[in-house]
Design a protein around this ligand. Structure first.
Ligand code: SF4
Length: 219
């Protein structure tokens, strides 16, 4: 993308569900997490069904970049949803803006498999940009029957695919040593938010919280 195009896209909207400033359960180090709104998949057992439709809120990439850019103590961001590659253009503009001003690691969860994205990237600038800006991709749809409780991904078909060497030194320690799934439940005036890939018991705990506290979001 040229700079002029990026500037134009920065003003355009990115449809998001929500973000949290800091989490320790969606990748190495402390990181922000962003959930985009809208998904083209219908995975059975998806825990983020309220992020399927085109609702959420629209924020300019520029405004969101300003918010994420100045969060202290984070190594980068994990992007989930929803399906990030449906908004590759605006998401790329957002991440490019932050990466141009700060050392920033990007982890993306997608329902697409990497080979499909790589093929489509040949003729699609938005997909190519987002792949280029991604340091680690967790790919593939959630398959309920393949949910084996392994941390940081929902089912065994999903793969951790490094697209840069940013996490090479800590990759084995972090992703290949199974320590069980972890979640965080955050309470705020805006609602109750579940962060992380939950185990079945974690999901049950969260549902109990939801039923007693009311509205929640998760991802
Ligand atoms: S890709 Fe993710 S958000 Fe979309 S339906 Fe599957 S599990 Fe849910």
């Amino acid at each position: 993308m040229t700079y002029g195009i990026i500037g134009f896209i920065m003003e355009r909207g990115l449809r998001i569900s929500h973000y949290v400033e800091r989490t320790k359960v969606l990748g190495p180090f402390v990181r922000s997490a962003l959930w985009v709104q809208g998904c083209c998949f219908s995975c059975e057992g998806c825990m983020a069904r309220e992020m399927h439709a085109g609702e959420g809120r629209v924020v300019s990439a520029a405004a969101l970049a300003s918010s994420l850019l100045f969060i202290e103590g984070v190594e980068g961001v994990t992007v989930s949803g929803g399906e990030p590659f449906l908004q590759g253009e605006a998401l790329s503009a957002l991440l490019l803006e932050i990466k141009s001003r700060r050392d920033y690691g990007v982890i993306v969860y997608t329902g697409f498999v990497y080979e499909d994205l790589a093929e489509r990237a040949r003729g699609d600038d938005a997909i190519r940009s987002l792949l280029t800006l991604t340091d680690l991709l967790i790919d593939g749809p959630y398959v309920l029957e393949l949910d084996d409780g392994y941390p940081y991904r929902g089912s065994s078909n999903q793969r951790f695919i490094p697209l840069s060497d940013r996490y090479a030194e800590i990759f084995d320690e972090y992703y290949n040593s199974c320590r069980g799934r972890k979640i965080e439940i955050n309470f705020s005036r805006g609602g109750t938010t579940l962060v992380g890939v939950p185990s079945k018991s974690g999901l049950d705990s969260w549902r109990r919280v939801r039923n007693t506290r009311g509205y929640l979001r998760h991802g």
